[in-house]
Design a protein around this ligand. Structure first.
Ligand code: HEM
Length: 466
């Protein structure tokens, strides 16, 4: 088998890699993947073999351009690493393996998350204004006006804020969450959400073994509490769906702008139409919708909360950057101060601030919230991967991935790549270099058809937050 496998030509990340998957499984089990891949790519170049059926790429041409923009699928009948993200036992846009069914779902949602809709949405502006002026700023004021302010958990506060904003856009303010004002609910939710993190390995890497052991021997590779946490998060989300749906059904009541469930409304109408058109029977419409929105709120709050926490950490180490950013933000109208008019400035004006843009982009680059591999499957006919001068034939149905954390460490594109230096985004560079930095190698939101649908919402919210 080894002699017949074309991967034996690809530089091996470890001497065992061309012979067995056990090495990479061991690395993943011990959560050493990102650092191991970084060291291996530095040593061996932009394409490396991780197992007899898997490679990692760290380049644009022959790498992310072919794999992600080239539309390689997330899964085939046998393997889909993303099916782990299924909710209520029903797939959603993120977890779907095939491109065909995925693009049907994406078409239903792209519009509400497009840049033009996000930056001109009256409900979103009204919702964010309430969340900042009636929840976020008062929370900070309450904390710092105490004689003994104690410790502010900025990660928890940003998680609450990003959750409240995503939920407001999904379900409307009245039907969404209010975690900023309910610290006990917030702590409980973060416990539920984060306690599951270290139990992903078996269901993602060995789903069949995980299921078989439980079914035939009653042995659980994933503790029971993970299931209970999932169920509780599902019930919490379903309750918000029910509130939004109840509001939409009240035909005699005019829905206030701030309470408009923008995403829920669009998605529920589109899914109902799809189900009717296809003649599907016995489909639980409500759970289909809930599975989709649960993915958005989880994907949206977690990644954005992490990014903002890193942003504040970096700002705390660079008072000069803090000062310059503050100056720029105070130039907005109305100024973003707790005491000013309780309306946020026009998102388009905020979007045009160059230094704020630089601070956010640099944080997304150095501290990508999803820094590790995003697996895809090679097309059944196989393909060539790796840079032109050193490309290799990779057979069909093999696993291939790239990682934002590694792409963003390229010293040719981002000199002094390990440093948080927002200045790099405003320094004069030639056009080709700028394209490299801003689009070709910048991968915080992925690329291609499965790129983050919420990137404009994420950036909009970060623009408002500092
Ligand atoms: C800093 C914030 C965010 C980062 C860094 C981020 C990053 C990413 C990345 C890298 C992917 C592609 C993953 C893959 O292909 O394996 C993705 C997909 C996705 N993200 Fe985000 N995301 C952010 C915010 C959001 C927000 C606010 C939403 C809310 C709606 C969201 C919803 C999604 C969804 C639904 C997908 C799946 C898209 C698809 O399969 O077509 N994300 N995100």
């Amino acid at each position: 088998k080894y002699l017949r496998n074309p991967l034996r030509q690809v530089p091996a990340a470890h001497p065992l890699a061309p012979f067995t998957s056990l090495w990479i499984l061991y690395i993943r089990f011990h959560a050493l993947e990102n650092q191991t891949l970084r060291a291996a790519h530095e040593r061996l170049g932009p394409i490396i073999c991780l197992s007899p059926h898997e490679v990692s790429v760290n380049c644009v041409k022959g790498g992310i351009r072919d794999v992600y923009a080239g539309g390689m699928e997330k899964g085939n009948g046998r393997f889909n690493w993303y099916s782990f993200f299924t909710n209520y036992g029903i797939p959603n846009m993120f977890s779907l393996g095939g491109n065909k069914e995925h693009s049907v779902r994406k078409r239903m949602l792209s519009n509400v998350y497009s840049k033009s809709v996000v930056t001109s949405s009256a409900p979103l502006l009204a919702q964010s204004s309430v969340i900042f002026y009636q929840r976020f700023f008062p929370y900070l004021e309450r904390t710092f006006s105490q004689a003994e302010p104690g410790v502010l958990n900025i990660y928890a506060l940003f998680s609450a804020t990003t959750m409240d904003i995503v939920c407001a856009y999904l379900f409307g303010l009245a039907s969404g969450s209010n975690l900023i004002d309910n610290p006990n609910e917030l702590d409980h939710f973060l416990d539920l959400f984060n306690s599951r993190r270290s139990h992903n390995f078996f269901p993602q890497e060995m789903p069949e073994l995980t299921q078989a052991l439980q079914k035939w021997f009653g042995y659980r590779l994933v503790p029971e509490f993970v299931n209970r946490s999932n169920e509780e998060i599902e019930s919490w989300t379903k309750a918000m769906c029910d509130r939004a749906s109840g509001l939409l059904r009240q035909s005699d009541v005019e829905i206030k702008t701030v309470d408009t469930p923008v995403v829920y409304q669009q998605l529920s109408a589109a899914i109902a139409k799809e189900v009717k058109k296809s003649g599907m029977e016995k489909v639980d419409l409500d759970l289909r919708i809930a599975s989709e929105v649960l993915d958005h709120l989880a994907a949206g709050f977690d990644t954005s909360g992490i990014t903002l926490a890193y942003l504040v950490h970096e700002l705390s180490l660079r008072p000069d950057v803090q000062y310059k950013l503050r100056e720029e933000l105070l130039s907005l109208s109305p100024p973003m101060k707790p005491s000013s008019t309780p309306t946020l400035p026009d998102p388009k004006a905020v979007d045009a601030l160059p230094f704020l843009h630089a601070v956010i982009w640099e944080t997304l680059r150095l501290h990508s919230a999803i820094p590790g591999p995003q697996p895809r499957i090679t097309p059944s006919s196989g393909c060539r991967l790796g840079p032109e001068e050193r490309s290799y034939y990779i057979p069909g149905n093999f696993r291939v991935s790239a990682s934002a954390g590694l792409l963003h460490s390229n010293e040719d594109v981002y000199p002094r790549a390990t440093e948080w230096r927002p200045e790099r985004w405003i320094e004069e560079v030639d056009e080709d270099k700028r394209k490299d930095m801003e689009s070709r190698w910048f991968w915080a939101f992925g690329s291609g058809g499965r790129m983050c649908v919420g990137s404009h919402l994420a950036v909009y919210r970060k623009l408002e937050s500092p």
